[in-house]
Ligand binder design. Structure first.
Ligand code: FES
Length: 124
């Protein structure tokens, strides 16, 4: 199955203030067959973003809107079979997909807006 492409760098996603610190927010980018579900996690002032796609069974992680974190907000939780993932890098540390990783989405915060990050500078 072909995965929809990310929006162009600089595409605004939401205001930083829309996410509690620590908190999470799900977003659907695009429409129809070209839509892409992602989620954002804000922690200690930083924002992390991942595809909303569990590496265990390729389903959404959230069973309820914006519920991506454990109760103590220390880890990302898949609501299907309780896999746990580190917020900082999406690595699964517990559950049926230990060692696998959520797919990161590059984001940056510019003037209070979370947006798709620019491509890394070319080296050479
Ligand atoms: S689908 Fe996420 S742990 Fe099974």
């Amino acid at each position: 199955m072909r995965k929809p492409a990310l929006p162009a760098p600089g595409t605004p996603l939401c205001a930083l203030d829309e996410i509690d610190d620590t908190g999470a927010k799900g977003l659907t980018l695009g429409n129809g067959t070209s839509s892409l579900n992602i989620f954002l996690v804000r922690r200690n002032g930083a924002v992390y973003a991942y595809l909303n796609l569990c590496p265990h069974a390729a389903t959404r992680l959230d069973n309820w809107p914006d519920r991506f974190l454990t109760q103590d907000e220390s880890q990302i939780l898949c609501g299907n079979h309780a896999a746990l993932f580190r917020i900082e890098d999406g690595l699964c540390t517990s559950g049926p997909c230990v060692g696998k990783q959520l797919e990161a989405v590059p984001v940056e915060v510019v003037e209070g807006v979370v947006q798709i990050a620019g491509y890394p500078p070319l080296r050479g």
